[in-house]
Structures are given as structure tokens and as C-alpha cells.
Design a protein around this ligand. Structure first.
Ligand code: GCW
Length: 712
């Protein structure tokens, strides 16, 4: 809830700063509540004025507006009404010529980088935000606010920062009817029906939130696209959004349906090599650019899960991508072409986890220069833990865009507190060995001609945007890691926690500890030791490892665990599907042997006997059961940690998190009980000490049904 400023000032004056207020989470990490008095005095002396050049552009105006809003909120009074003589100078060497005399290291910062430096000018304490263009000033403004929010004094700041990836993009799986595929935070933010005539002020707040973490693009509609989003009516709606987002440095992109030339273009084919089809896409791109001159380009899901694509015309994915790329190239647009493909027919002959690589690797070098192949982090589908996709680093002539999922389709959806930053960091630090040791995913991405990362958004129209306060951290971490893929997710968590709740170090330390175990907790209670995709059918809520009767082999959880009387796990070595052969030789070699395979991926790569000796000395069955139990114990610990933080947190957000942790605990227990009851029918072994018997017989869990689970 946003309190009127006067009330805010009164509250601050009588010491009623947080946590006494209710807070519904709408302000995300941009809360700007008054700082503790001592910190405020220091800030006050350096922020008596904000000085910019004349006639600011809309983007600089946005940055200035945010600086005022933020600093005044943090100070608890208008800029200029405090004591002191310090000022904030913000500009480019052109807009504010004095900056050109300061010898600032702007040379290598590009358009989006910035310098923030404290110095003295004419005897006055000055904080400079400088950049080569207004985008850098926008990001620099948010960075300055972040410093203040996290309790950094401004007197010795010297920061030089530029994004390491060019495209930092959200993918909204939002349908035109407002429903979000895999959305757990309400309906779509985009009110397509009322657009373009009504622009919800929330669109601006969405853009502010993204700009604050450096996100510079958003794909408005679901990759499972309908052609209607490319009709004139919907282009006008997208234009309205683009106009709102532009001052915040955010370009819009659209998901394109491959058969749009037929469905809305009146053609009889969508064959990418047909000249009429190419002409249609060109004309369509021209039309879009007339409305949205800085339109980013297209995202495409083709020949995947029922979506049409070039293979329907016996053409390759490169043919499919290039026809769209040619259409947007004259305008500077790009195509993000997804590699998430697996055979349209029953594919149990070919390991599903191999198919993206099999389809795309041979096409390296065949894509137009404005195409990025967008690859999910793992070879399967956003599981709690997967190995990294073998495609990353394997297509040296093709820029790859990493796709991660911020929304937690397979990780407890809205209610489980699972810090995705830890997962993203694990992915980015994975060593692909594709150019020798140390070729991490982050480095693969950073070294490309065009570089980018996409995150499947977790925002919807819930008041708190993401369905829970802790889910907001996942959005935040995505943006921060997109800016610097080698950053530490733990430090990002600390930043987020300080901004979202309070910079009190005791609080931050405790909450970060809780966040950092949360990812391993979900792996433990859902899919330990490399298990995957044993969630409920369709909605992916809850455990259902027993499902085996779906039409296609790879839709069934049994395909992913292959439990039998001997053991559990999938043999992906040469004696099995040989998926390991897709990795660089040093990795393939490690993965060939269960003893040298990381235990947290053991069952992903090997079918392992129930009595296999693990590093702990325990047999696999006992280890598996204990991992499930550990996951439950970790949630209990998270509950305890949260309770201890009550004095720091406003009632509303405290209570919601508390209730969600209770849901998480119940569901963790459910996962443990259902999975162990089921796997025990194969292992035929007793549960080890410390693991309770399941609360119900297996048949109880198998009978559970969730026809109205969200996001499906
Ligand atoms: O497996 C999945 C999800 C689908 C999603 C698909 C994809 C948008 O369950 O909901 O569709 O991945 O990434 O295309």
C-alpha cells in the first residue's frame, strides 16, 4: 500500500518506520521507504539537488523522475529541503559538459553502461552519474538508488558498470485472452481488450521494475502464438505498450506463428522458401515497424509441441528462421528461434533430451546473422535440476540465447519459496569445456557477436506481481544476472532482500541463508540425485512418478525415471541412449562412469542399482529416501528461519510468506511420501532410519486429481 507522503513523513518522524505497515508487495524492490535517521542525514548532505542538462529526453526524464521519487522516499522529504550542499550530477559529456572535464572512464561502456563516482567539485560533495547515452543514465540512476537502498554511503562510490549481454529479455507466455501459460500470479498484465485506448498505469510500473534491473526487452505474447497478434488491431495494441516502455529502455518483441501467412495473410502455404511467403513476412515487418520503429523482432516456437514450422514443408529450422530474419533485418530487428523441439510423433526411439541438439547442431552456420537460437538451460524442460544443454557452446557459428524459466512451472509454482537465482547461477557457471576448461555458459554467452538471455516471466496481475514476495527475487535475480552473468546469486539475494525488506545486516544475513538453501530443498523433496519430470500430468503440480499410460512415451514420468526391480535412472551412456556423446569429450568422459558423474545428476545419466554404494557409504535406496527427508527438513528449517525474522517484516508480507511456507512443507511431505511409496514398490527395501512411513497408501496419492490447477 502506498501511503500519502505526509503520512509517511509523520510515521518516519515518530519512528514508525517498517515493519508496522502492511505492505502488499506492489512496490517490489523499489520501496523507497525512509532510511534510518543516521543514514538519512548522510544522504541528505549529498543530495540537496539533482542537476541535469537542459531539455532532458523522455528517457532522461524517466531517470530523473525515478531519482526524485526514490531519494525523496528514502529521505522522507523533498530534495533540496534538507541540509548540506552536495548534489547529484547526471548526464553525458554532451548534455552536461562539466562531465567531459572529469576524465571519467566512459570509453568502453557502450550506450548502456554508466559510471557513478563521488568527488568534490568547487569544494562541494558531488555524486556523478555519467554515461555515453541516456540508457546508461537510466541504469545508473537505478544503480545509485540501489546503493542507497542497500545502505551504501555515497561518499566513496566509484562504480563502472556495463551489461555483459546485449539482449536481456523477458518472455511472457501470455495469451490474448488474458490467461498466462504457466502463470501463477494471476492473469496477464496486458489488458489486450482495452488496449490501445486505455493504458493501465501499471504498465509504467512494470517498465520501471524491469529498467531497474537492466531488462531491455519483452516478448509480449506466448510462444504458443496465435496469428491474431500480428493483425493491425493487435499491432496497435503492442504499439501502445511499446510507447509506454520506450522511455524505460524496453523494446517490445512478438512471438510469431509460423503459419500466419496462411491464417491472416490468405496464402495457401507458409513454406519459408516460397517467395510469396517471404514477401508477406517482409510486408508484415514493414507494417509493424511503421507503428513501432524500434520493434525488437520475433520469437519463434516452430515444429515443437504441435506448433507449425518449416519442417511441415520439408524445410529446415534455418530456412524457417531466415525468412523472418530477412524481413526484420532492414529495420535492425532480430529473430530468436527456439531450439525446444522434439519429434512430433512418438519419439521413444530417440531420447527426448537429445533432440534439440540433433536438430540444431547440424545447422550451425546456416542461420542468418540476425538470428539467435534460443536454448533452454537444460536438455529437457526447466526441471529443478538438469545438466546444461549440450547445445550451449556446440554451435560456434550461431549466437545462442539462453532461456531460463523464472516462473516455477516445475518447482512448486506460486507457493514454494525456491530462489531461482541459485539455479541460474549454477547454469551460468557450468563448464561446457567446448573451448577448453573454463568455457562456462556465461563465457559462451558473453563471447558471442550478439548475446542474450531470455527469462520466462513470472509476473501477472496479482498485486505483488509474482504471486509471492520471494518469487519477486527470481525476477530480480534474472535481471541482475542478465546484466552480469558471472555475478554471485548470493550477493544478488542480499541486495534484493535489503531493498525489499530492510538493509539491516542481521536480517539480510538470515534471509539470504534461507534463500540459498531453498533451491537445494526443492531438488531434494521433488527430484533428488538427477531424477526429473515426475510431476503431475499437464499441470505439473505435485508428484506423479507412476504415470505411464499417456499416448507418447516421453510424456510419461516412467520414461524419465525407469525404476524397476534392479534400480532407477536413465542410462544415457553408450550402452543406453548415448546422450552423453553430445557433450564435449572431457565431460562425456566423466559422465560415462557413475563413479565420476556428479551425484546430483547420477540418475539423469545412469540406471543405478538400488544397492549401489554412494559416496556417503549408504546404498542408493537409502540415500534417495534420505534426500527426500532432507528436503522436508530444509523446509522446516526455512519456516523456523522465517519466524525469527518476524520483527523485521510488515505483517502482510510476513503472514503471506508464513502461510506459503506451510503449504510448501505439506507439499514437500506429500512429494516425499508419494515418491517413496511408489519407488518402494520397486526397491522392495525398508525406509532408512529417520524417514517416516508415508502418511497414506500409494493408492491415495495416485487418486489425487487437480482439474483446476493454475497455469495449465
Ligand atoms: O514443456 C513446456 C511447458 C509448455 C511450454 C513449453 C515451451 C509454452 O509445459 O507450457 O509452452 O515448455 O517451452 O514451449
Amino acid at each position: 500500500m502506498r501511503l500519502p507522503r505526509l503520512l509517511l513523513i509523520i510515521c518516519a518522524a515518530i519512528g514508525l518506520t517498517s515493519p508496522a505497515w502492511a505492505d502488499d508487495g506492489y512496490d517490489l524492490w523499489l520501496r523507497y521507504r525512509p532510511l534510518p535517521t543516521a543514514v538519512r542525514a548522510q544522504l541528505d548532505s549529498r543530495a540537496t539537488a539533482i542537476v541535469a542538462g537542459d531539455r532532458p529526453s523522455p528517457m532522461l526524464a524517466a531517470a530523473l523522475g525515478e531519482l526524485h521519487r526514490g531519494l525523496e522516499g528514502l529521505l522522507g522529504h523533498p530534495i533540496g529541503s534538507g541540509e548540506g550542499s552536495g548534489a547529484i550530477l547526471i548526464g553525458t559529456p554532451r548534455s552536461l559538459p562539466v562531465l567531459a572535464t572529469l576524465n571519467l572512464p566512459l570509453g568502453k561502456l557502450g550506450g548502456e553502461g554508466y559510471v557513478i563516482r563521488s568527488l568534490a567539485l568547487g569544494g562541494k560533495p558531488i555524486t556523478v552519474i555519467a554515461a555515453n547515452d541516456d540508457r546508461g543514465l537510466l541504469y545508473g540512476s537505478f544503480a545509485l538508488l540501489r546503493l542507497v537502498q542497500t545502505g551504501t554511503p555515497l561518499d566513496q562510490v566509484d562504480i563502472v558498470s556495463a551489461p555483459k549481454l546485449t539482449l536481456r529479455v523477458l518472455n511472457h507466455w501470455d495469451n490474448l485472452n488474458g490467461h498466462i501459460e504457466r502463470g501463477y500470479a494471476g492473469d496477464s498484465l496486458w489488458d489486450w481488450w482495452k488496449l490501445p485506448d486505455y493504458e493501465d498505469p501499471r504498465y509504467t510500473d512494470y517498465a520501471r521494475a524491469n529498467a531497474s534491473i537492466g531488462i531491455n526487452g519483452t516478448v509480449l505474447n506466448n510462444v504458443n502464438a496465435v496469428a491474431a497478434s500480428l493483425t493491425p488491431d493487435y499491432i496497435a495494441k503492442a504499439k501502445a505498450l511499446a510507447d509506454v516502455f520506450r522511455p524505460w529502455g524496453i523494446k517490445v518483441y512478438l512471438s510469431a506463428r509460423f503459419t500466419a501467412p496462411i491464417e491472416i495473410g490468405g496464402l495457401t502455404t507458409a513454406d519459408p522458401l516460397d517467395p510469396a511467403v517471404a514477401a508477406w513476412w517482409k510486408a508484415k515487418a514493414d507494417e509493424i515497424y511503421r507503428s513501432i520503429p524500434d520493434f525488437g523482432g520475433f520469437l519463434v516456437k516452430a515444429n515443437s509441441e504441435g506448433q507449425p514450422g518449416p519442417q511441415d514443408y520439408n524445410r529446415t529450422h534455418a530456412d524457417g528462421a531466415n525468412v523472418l530474419a530477412d524481413a526484420v533485418r532492414p529495420h535492425g530487428g532480430i529473430v530468436m528461434y527456439r531450439a525446444f523441439v522434439y519429434a512430433a510423433q512418438d519419439s521413444h526411439q530417440v531420447d527426448r533430451t537429445k533432440q534439440a541438439y540433433d536438430n540444431f547442431k547440424p545447422l550451425d552456420g546456416k542461420f542468418a546473422d540476425n538470428v539467435l537460437v534460443q536454448v533452454k538451460n537444460g536438455p529437457l524442460d526447466f526441471q529443478p535440476r538438469e545438466p546444461v544443454s549440450a547445445l550451449i557452446g556446440a554451435m560456434p557459428k550461431t549466437p545462442l540465447m539462453l532461456e531460463v524459466q523464472i516462473t516455477k512451472e516445475y518447482l512448486g509454482q506460486a507457493t514454494h519459496a525456491v530462489y531461482m537465482g541459485a539455479l541460474f547461477e549454477e547454469v551460468l557457471k557450468w563448464d561446457t569445456f567446448t573451448k577448453g576448461r573454463g568455457t562456462t555458459v556465461a563465457k559462451v554467452l558473453e563471447s558471442q557477436k550478439i548475446s542474450g538471455i531470455a527469462g520466462v516471466a513470472n509476473s501477472g496481475n496479482d498485486r505483488d506481481w509474482s504471486g509471492s514476495t520471494f518469487n519477486q527475487a527470481d525476477w530480480y535475480a534474472f535481471g541482475r544476472l542478465a546484466w552480469d552473468p558471472q555475478a554471485s546469486s548470493e550477493r544478488i539475494a542480499a541486495e534484493w532482500a535489503a531493498m525489499t525488506f530492510t538493509p539491516d545486516p542481521a536480517f539480510v544475513r538470515a534471509v539470504v541463508a534461507m534463500m540459498m538453501t531453498s533451491r537445494e530443498a526443492v531438488v531434494n523433496y521433488m527430484t533428488p540425485l538427477g531424477l526429473a519430470h515426475i510431476m503431475g500430468t499437464g499441470h505439473h503440480h505435485g508428484p506423479a512418478p507412476w504415470v505411464h499410460e499417456l499416448a507418447r512415451a516421453e510424456w510419461n514420468p516412467v520414461y524419465y525415471h525407469q525404476a524397476d526391480a534392479i534400480g532407477i535412472g536413465v542410462d544415457r551412456t553408450a550402452s543406453g541412449t548415448n546422450a552423453i556423446s553430445q557433450y564435449a569429450p572431457p565431460i562425456a568422459k566423466l559422465l560415462a562412469n557413475p563413479k565420476t558423474t556428479p551425484e546430483n545428476l547420477l540418475l539423469w545419466f545412469h540406471h543405478v542399482p538400488w544397492d549401489y554404494r554412494m559416496k556417503s557409504g549408504r546404498i542408493l535406496w537409502d540415500e534417495l529416501a534420505l534426500h527426500y527427508q532432507t528436503g522436508v527438513d530444509q523446509v522446516v528449517a526455512m519456516q523456523r528461519q522465517w519466524q525469527a525474522l518476524k520483527p523485521y517484516v510488515d505483517e502482510e508480507r510476513f503472514a503471506k510468506t508464513e502461510a506459503f511456507l506451510t503449504i510448501q512443507l505439506h507439499e514437500a511431505e506429500w512429494w516425499r511420501d508419494a515418491c517413496l511409496a511408489y519407488f518402494q514398490t520397486f526397491s522392495k527395501r525398508p525406509l532408512p532410519a529417520g524417514v517416516p512411513a508415508p502418511a497414506h497408501p500409494l493408492s491415495y496419492y495416485q487418486a489425487l486429481d487437480f482439474p483446476f490447477a493454475p497455469g495449465h
